[in-house]
Design a binder for this molecule. Structure first.
Ligand code: ADE
Length: 225
């Protein structure tokens, strides 16, 4: 999988992709993440990438030229499966969307800022628009990081135990059951004995019961689906 992220604040994202699972995924050659500074593509003086909205009103709008120049530079090098614009009015991201997208190979993620991007970019260049929830962030960078993380961890080989993404919450419309580790007894707070029993079938049944119970209590809407 290859993810190209277009942003006017690449420094916001650098450390995110330089640590932990996402770092290892890149080191193992399973995933490539490339950050592109929108300001490197602008034809305007002083690296300007935004301007006042036509018709007036507060807030700046990212201009079409730097975005399209960057898109064309990338598209001249390879075919992209999706050009995704992160925006609060896009379709809300969920595990199903992440699963479906993770089967694709090459992504461009476009981060908006200020009042967003010139509408012509959305109409003519973007293939998909995704929101990470019904709240407004000051830019699309955090949303791009969330989406990239959700996709990268689904790439085969990224998680050390390949089955562990399959046992995540939401993968089967159930929340994940509780987990415990050493010590088995912390100041009288005991881990459930069944997990120490070594009886695999009983443990599997207990986990399924717990997952169902937790889903019923916290997210009954998942069971309705
Ligand atoms: N940009 C600003 N807020 C956002 C959100 N909730 N999701 C995606 N992109 C955004």
């Amino acid at each position: 999988m290859r993810i190209d992220i277009i942003t006017c604040l690449p420094q916001l994202l650098e450390s995110f992709f330089a640590a932990s699972i996402l770092r290892r995924a890149q080191d193992k050659g399973l995933v490539e993440v490339h950050l592109h500074d929108l300001r490197d593509y602008t034809p305007y003086k002083h690296r300007q990438v935004d301007d006042y909205a036509f018709g007036g009103g507060a807030g700046m709008v990212l201009m079409i030229e730097p975005i399209v120049r960057c898109l064309r530079t990338l598209q001249a090098q390879r075919q992209y499966d999706e050009i995704i614009y992160l925006t609060p009015d896009g379709e809300t991201l969920n595990q199903k969307t992440a699963n479906t997208l993770s089967l694709k190979e090459n992504f461009i993620l476009l981060c908006g800022h200020y009042k967003g991007v010139d509408e012509r970019v959305r109409e003519h260049f973007v293939t998909r628009e995704i929101s990470i929830g019904d709240y407004v962030l000051s830019g699309g960078e955090l949303a791009a990081a969330v989406l990239a993380d959700a996709l990268i961890r689904l790439v085969p080989g990224v998680l050390s135990d390949e089955t562990s993404a399959l046992t995540d919450s939401f993968q089967d419309d159930l929340l994940a059951p509780p987990v415990y580790t050493r010590p088995a007894d912390f100041e009288g707070l005991k881990a459930p004995e069944i997990l120490l029993s070594g009886h695999e079938a009983n443990i599997a049944r207990w986990r399924m019961d717990q997952a169902l119970d937790r889903t019923r209590k916290r997210r009954p809407d998942l069971l309705d689906e």
